[in-house]
Write a protein that binds this ligand. Sequence first.
Ligand code: GLP
Length: 241
Amino acid sequence: MKIYKTNNYYEMSCKAANIIAAQMTLKPDSVLGLATGSTPEGIYQQLIAKCLKGEIDFSNIQTVNLDEYVGLDKDNPQSYQYYMNSKLFSHVNIPEGNYHLPNGMATDSETECKRYDQLIEDLGYVDLQLLGLGLNGHIGFNEPNTHFSKGTYLVGLAKSTIDANSRFFENYEDVPRFAYTMGIKTIMSAKKILLVVNGKAKAKILKEVVTGRITPEVPASILQLHNDVTIVADSEALSLL
Ligand code: GLP
């Protein structure tokens, strides 16, 4: 694992965006694995700025997102498709049809999970997977005690995740209880992984992820076994390491 420490969230975002931009420059038809949550927002702003300046080009890039809530359609402002459209896709020159998320409205979950895994395989797997880190060590929506051998699947969200994500919803009852997520096996099949973490609240879990036992209790601890992981984190998140 390579770990880069930055002074703050803005520098973390710039550094991570530079890594993604370098990937896009070296391989203009890269498959990028993308993430949602608050952490990557600054990265997407940097990527938009670089694209507007002509420094990066999305025309041959394909993207696959980690996860999507079940029961929210793409026009629902809380869906991850909506998040991605508003925070990245509608501001850059990525062709419609080049970005992919699980379909939260799919009625047959088994078929949907198979479709998503097949899609990733057909694209030749993810070149660079961006990840945020949940407070309980989740990546994507792989909650503690998920089997490491899973491909894409339908997951029931942990109470702590529902609580954490409720800040984006008007009513607690509106927070979806289920999601589709790439499994750990899918995430580990990415050629490179970029984990971004900021803030004091994540210092303890980041320490466990990097130096603790590799265990399904801390899903992100599996990243210790991947051969190309870069962590970009601010000094608060790295304060216990
Ligand atoms: C959600 C997402 C994850 C994300 C995590 C952390 O549960 N499914 O992909 O990494 O939250 O979010 P944040 O960056 O807002 O702390």
